[in-house]
Design a protein around this ligand. Sequence first.
Ligand code: KG4
Ligand code: ZN
Length: 359
Amino acid sequence: MAETLTILGLESSCDDTAAAVVADGPDGARILSSVVLGQADLHAAFGGVVPEIAARAHSEKLDLAVRRALSEAGVTLRDIDALAVTAGPGLIGGVLAGVMLAKGIAAGTGLPLIGVNHLAGHALTPRLTDALPCPYLMLLVSGGHCQLLTVRGPASFERLGGTIDDAPGEAFDKVARLLGLPQPGGPAIEREAAAGDPARFALPRPLLDRPGCDMSFSGLKTAALRQRDLLIAERGGLTRQDRADLCAGFQAAVAEVLAEKTRRALAQSGAPALAVAGGVAANATIRAALKRVADAAGVAYVAPPLALCTDNAAIIAHAGAELFRAGHRDGMDLAARPRWPLDTGRPAMLGGGRKGAKA
Ligand code: KG4
Ligand code: ZN
């Protein structure tokens, strides 16, 4: 590999304003800094991300995130070799804020500019954390997205399947809401489920009876709602144990669907390794189910640390470094894209979760 590249990355496609500096060299990639300024407090009252509020907060905070990332890395813009910025998919106001700042820095410094697909940032994370060679199978599973991809290179992805309606994290969040648990719902459900019996309620395993790797989670959420209403009608309310059992049953159903669809995708792709990314990959039951799938198939299993599974700019800088080495450059006409499928050879999925094609 050629000399070390120092890349400044920007991320602003959803509700995290992030900047990072990554040094990509012969011994692999090193994160010199990774600053993530969350916006959870701004959106809490609305029960979800409000795009206009997110865009304004990104415009206000991106500058600060960049300054902090440079200072924590102990570098200045003079030490940077290229700028990598999320150019989509995501909430367009936020993506525009990042792309405009990156263009401004590029115009002022003459640095090369690289527009990065946010999903590619996630999908390439195991190469940043574990130097995982391509090809590998990636299960990208978050609050806004769910897809199975064969990763062949920094700009070469084949989608084998994905959700046709809700993303799993979105389903976790909705089920938590209907059980009166706090947001984000994933960790809350996982905590409750620890004391529950996953076999008490017969919740469905959507689409497992159909061939292929596509998934569906919206019916599962509705089944949980029906079960809750049934308990309320029968006994006038839910006991703590009822709630724990529902959480355990729901979590087990999601884990089983993800594991079985991943098993099929692994067989189909023939990839020698399985990797996961996205907030839902934090769930221990799901992680363990996927590890069993990898072990049974005799392939390696990579689950990056949680801070790099969720949204951050280090994964964008790293993807930018890979693209830069492959000769990718963008000009001042780089567009911000609300939708940007990774696998352009296939028709877009029907659903991608509450944030559109966002992960
Ligand atoms: O990747 P992420 O941080 O953000 C985006 O979706 O962009 O994922 C957040 C999602 C939320 O829906 C949250 O409920 C879910 O990941 N999540 C979990 C767990 N931790 C976070 N789901 C299940 N189990 C968890 N432990
Ligand atoms: Zn993401």
